[in-house]
Design a binder for this molecule. Structure first.
Ligand code: S3P
Length: 236
C-alpha cells in the first residue's frame, strides 16, 4: 500500500481507478456496504444515459465519442453535490483533461494489478472492446505500461490487488478513506448502537432483531448501478 499526501482541495467522494479487471466494480460494492455510501459505476451510468452498451458505442460512434462522454460525465460529477463511491472506466484517467477533474472530485484509490492477473480474470470476456484482439495479453501489457503513470498521477492511495483478498483490500481502503475525510466509522457506530440496545433490552426485557435497529440499511438495497443506503448524500 502506497500513500500520497496531496494538498488538492477535494470532495469527500471515494473514487476507484485502475485497469480493466482490477476489481473496481466488486470492490465498489463491498466498500458501499462497509462505508454505508452509495456506489456508482460510470460505465453503467453512460450506458443507461445513452441507452446502449459500451461495445455498441465503440462500434457505432467510435472510441473518441465514448471518451467525450466520459469527460462530460466527470464534469457533472465534479459539480454534483454528492458523497459517493465512484468506480471509473479503466481508460478514464488516461486523458489529460480528465486528471484534474478526477483529483478534485474525491479521494482517489488506484487498484494496481499485474497484466497476467488481468488476462486470467478477463479470459473469454466479450464486453471490453479494447481486448477483442488476437493477442489480448500483449495488448493488456502494453496498455498497462502506457497507462501506469496516469493512474499514479491521479492516485492518493495505490493498492496492489494481486497480493491480498478483497476483504483485506476493502478494509485497507475504508480505513484510509475514513482517516483522510475524518468521518466516523459506520461499523463502530453500528456496534455502539447494538451495545446500547442490548443494554436497554436487558433492562426492559424487550426483544428486537438487528434489522429493526434504527439507521440500519436492511436488505434489498442492491441495484445494478449501486446501492441506495440511508446515508446523507451531501458533502456540503
Ligand atoms: C476501458 C475500460 C472499460 C470501459 C471501456 C474502455 C478502457 O471499463 O470503460 O471498455 O479503456 O480501459 P472497465 O475498466 O470497468 O472494464
Amino acid at each position: 500500500m502506497h500513500r500520497k499526501n496531496k494538498e488538492i482541495p477535494k470532495k469527500d467522494n471515494l473514487i476507484l481507478i485502475g485497469f480493466m479487471g482490477s476489481g473496481k466494480t466488486s470492490l465498489g460494492l463491498r466498500l458501499s456496504y462497509r462505508l454505508q455510501m452509495t456506489v456508482e459505476d460510470t460505465d453503467k451510468r453512460i450506458e443507461a444515459e445513452q441507452g446502449r452498451s459500451i461495445s455498441e458505442i465503440f462500434a457505432r460512434e467510435g472510441e473518441g465519442a465514448f471518451r467525450q462522454m466520459e469527460t462530460e460525465l466527470l464534469r457533472r460529477i465534479r459539480d454534483e453535490k454528492t458523497c459517493r463511491i465512484y468506480s471509473l472506466g479503466g481508460g478514464t484517467p488516461v486523458q489529460l483533461q480528465n486528471q484534474p477533474l478526477i483529483c478534485r472530485s474525491g479521494i482517489v484509490v488506484y487498484l494496481r494489478i499485474r497484466p497476467e492477473s488481468v488476462y486470467e480474470r478477463l479470459k473469454g470476456d466479450t464486453r471490453r472492446p479494447l481486448l477483442q484482439c488476437a493477442d489480448p495479453l500483449s495488448r493488456i501489457r502494453e496498455l498497462i505500461r502506457q497507462r501506469g503513470p496516469a493512474y499514479e498521477r491521479c492516485a492518493d492511495l495505490i493498492v496492489d490487488v494481486d497480493e491480498s483478498n478483497q476483504a483485506q483490500i476493502t478494509e485497507q481502503i475504508a480505513q484510509y478513506y475514513l482517516e483522510r475525510t475524518g468521518r466516523a466509522d459506520p461499523q463502530l457506530l453500528k456496534e455502539a448502537r447494538e451495545q446500547k440496545t442490548e443494554e436497554k433490552d436487558e433492562n426492559t426485557g424487550d426483544q428486537r432483531t438487528e434489522s429493526e435497529l434504527p439507521g440500519d440499511p436492511g436488505e434489498g438495497g442492491l441495484r445494478d448501478t449501486g446501492l441506495q443506503l440511508p446515508h446523507p448524500d451531501d458533502c456540503g
